[in-house]
Design a protein around this ligand. Structure first.
Ligand SMILES: C[S@@+](CC[C@H](N)C(=O)[O-])C[C@H]1O[C@@H](n2cnc3c(N)ncnc32)[C@H](O)[C@@H]1O
Length: 220
């Protein structure tokens, strides 16, 4: 298959709104979930990881909703969205008046989706294909706010991510996390900012409704 990521995203999604975000239009997988159910063989042939970018995850929706309702959180700030997926939090930050927004993801399909979705909403979002946790460890931060939407679902990644975020926090970067109580969400050093009931699908999650919270990382 080996398709251009942008063409692949356009061909395999429909323009929709995530449940909590009527003001943001997104290229998302259609209801039949064919994209998610693609065989491993087809994905390997397309050189494509699991299509996380084709869904607006509950944690990302909560974070994006919080920004759209509280512009002051990011207004005038330099914002980095880590693990952007379809780019929903990055787009919300741009809508809320961030001075600059960079969306980073390790998946080229996520970068393509984020670019398409930012354009669709007329928002200026820079994209970066990379792994900030490894690529930027130990470097001085270039951002005022670092956001993470729904990324605490795998233990090794969660551990590395938390260590890097704590390092940024010590350098006075504001850290915001959107998360529906994934298994490896840190249990300490987080302050609850807001909680939303997010409609999701039981094909992806274990229920049709999940409570997702926005957390601010605080010093121990
Ligand atoms: C569950 S999705 C969440 C996407 C989006 N934030 C949301 O809430 O809808 C996780 C995303 O993180 C990306 N990702 C995983 N590990 C990463 C890493 N080390 N650096 C950057 N992105 C990563 C994946 O490719 C995927 O797009």
């Amino acid at each position: 298959m080996n398709m251009d990521p942008t063409a692949f995203v356009v061909a395999n999604t429909e323009i929709q709104n995530a449940a909590l975000l009527p003001e943001i239009r997104l290229h998302l997988a259609s209801k039949d979930m064919a994209l998610w159910q693609m065989s491993d063989e087809d994905r390997l042939e397309a050189d494509m990881p699991l299509p996380y970018w084709a869904f607006a995850w509950a944690g990302g929706q909560a974070l994006a909703r919080h920004l759209l309702d509280n512009w002051e959180v990011v207004r005038g700030k330099r914002v980095l969205d880590v693990g952007a997926g379809c780019g929903l939090e990055a787009i919300a930050a741009a809508m809320a008046g961030a001075a600059s927004v960079t969306a980073v993801d390790i998946d080229p399909f996520a970068i393509a989706a984020t670019r398409l979705n930012a354009d669709l909403n007329g928002m200026d979002v820079d994209t970066w294909l990379g792994d900030p946790v490894n690529d930027l460890a130990g470097q001085p931060p270039d951002w005022d706010v670092v956001m993470v939407g729904d990324l605490f679902f795998e233990q090794p990644l969660a551990r590395q991510l938390e260590a890097w975020l704590r390092d940024l926090l010590r350098q006075d970067v504001k850290i915001l996390i959107g998360d529906p109580q994934r298994t490896y969400l840190p249990r300490e050093g987080l302050e609850n900012v807001a909680t939303y009931a997010v409609q999701t699908t039981s094909d992806l999650e274990d229920s049709d409704l999940r409570n997702a919270s926005v957390w601010r990382m605080v010093r121990d």
